[in-house]
Design a protein around this ligand. Structure first.
Ligand SMILES: [Zn+2]
Ligand SMILES: [Zn+2]
Length: 358
């Protein structure tokens, strides 16, 4: 079968192959014929052999973890699923036995393994996944080019969901990459009092402004600001009655985290999904910004299994529009072009089609 395989443990060693054997599902597993897959920031980090992900991979391994498709084979002992079922899957494989799993927090399992990193993933014609990880999709609600990136939408929905509420509150979202763009759409859909988006990359800024313009008649006023141009704090305070109630931090940029803390109104909340590039982070004016304002800070990773999946499928069924997130559709073998587009911040979601060969 066709696949994108990280062939060697070194930067840029992802290769397009056409002769991999089709995998066989084991006990409790199913094989899915992939309809569409999507490139994620993690795939870029793998491709560049970034130290943040490299230790998790033992090449050769098929990468990719965002996909949808149809079941085409059942392993022994699988019940409740049939060939032809339209599905996606949670690719975080958890132990079910650790204290996190047993207390209902499987998204932070101590022993998480990720398909597409620790074992073969979805940039291929077929992928094998545990049946317990499948999520059934309604083709009338989730077309394949959207079903391709539910994993990432789940990060966005989980981040928004981690705030105590959104409706009627002033929200600041820092970082308009693909997940930030999806979170922005959810915030608007949920009826925030206002949404302020900050972004520094020119391509992402342009897409944020285009989306805000397209949503000009929304009940939620949407402002897009480039913090590099100065005056951010004054402008946001003036338009949010003194400060925002919720910050969704999607960038991992220390400057964005610090200005988000500064811009939060007392008793506000910051939800942090963006990962700083360095292990340490300096919070300036810590006592005044966090303690004396009585803020709540919460980190978010992965998707709640499977509450976040239920929530995002509900949002899509109610009409959440994500068409603008898909900026490129390429055949699987053009993976490298997709990574280059993402590296240059010229794309949001690059959707790959393994069946397209020309
Ligand atoms: Zn991903
Ligand atoms: Zn566990």
């Amino acid at each position: 079968m066709r696949a994108i395989q990280m062939a060697r443990p070194e930067p840029g060693a992802a290769v397009y192959v056409e002769d991999l054997p089709v995998p066989t599902p084991g006990e409790g597993e199913v094989r899915v014929r992939i309809a569409r897959a999507a490139i994620c920031g993690t795939d870029r980090h793998i491709f560049h052999w970034d130290p943040s992900v490299a230790p998790m991979l033992s090449p050769p391994v098929v990468i990719g973890h965002e996909f949808c498709g149809h079941i085409d084979a059942l392993g022994p002992g699988v019940e409740g699923w049939q060939e032809g079922d339209y599905v996606s899957a949670e690719m975080h494989l958890v132990c079910g036995r650790c204290r996190a799993c047993r207390s209902g927090n499987r998204h932070v399992c101590e022993h998480t393994r990720i398909a597409g990193l620790h074992r073969d993933g979805a940039f291929a014609e077929y992928v094998v996944v545990p049946a317990a990880n499948l999520v059934r999709l309604d083709p009338a609600v989730v077309p394949p080019h959207i079903g391709a990136f539910l994993d990432a939408l789940g990060n966005a929905v989980h981040t928004v969901q981690a705030a105590s509420s959104i409706a009627g509150r002033h929200v600041l979202l820092s970082g308009y990459g693909a997940i930030g763009a999806m979170a922005a759409a959810v915030v608007e859909f949920e009826g925030a009092a206002s949404l302020t988006i900050t972004e520094v990359a020119p391509g992402h800024l342009e897409r944020a402004r285009a989306w805000a313009a397209a949503r000009a008649d929304s009940a939620t006023p949407i402002r897009v600001l480039d913090p590099g141009r100065g005056g951010l704090v004054e402008e946001v305070r003036a338009t949010t009655d003194g400060g925002v109630d919720v910050v969704l931090e999607m960038s991992g940029a220390p400057a964005a985290i610090n200005s988000g803390l500064e811009l939060l109104y007392p008793a506000g909340e910051m939800v942090l999904l963006g990962i700083p590039s360095r292990p340490d982070l300096l919070v300036e004016d810590f006592s005044r910004r966090i303690i004396f304002k009585g803020l709540t800070l919460r980190g978010v990773v992965g998707r709640r299994m499977f509450a976040t999946w239920e929530e995002m499928l509900g949002l899509l069924a109610r009409g959440l529009d994500l068409e603008h997130i898909v900026t490129h559709r390429l055949p699987l073998r053009d993976f490298h072009r997709g990574v280059a587009l993402l590296d240059a911040a010229e794309a949001h979601k690059v959707v790959l089609d393994p069946a397209q060969t020309d």
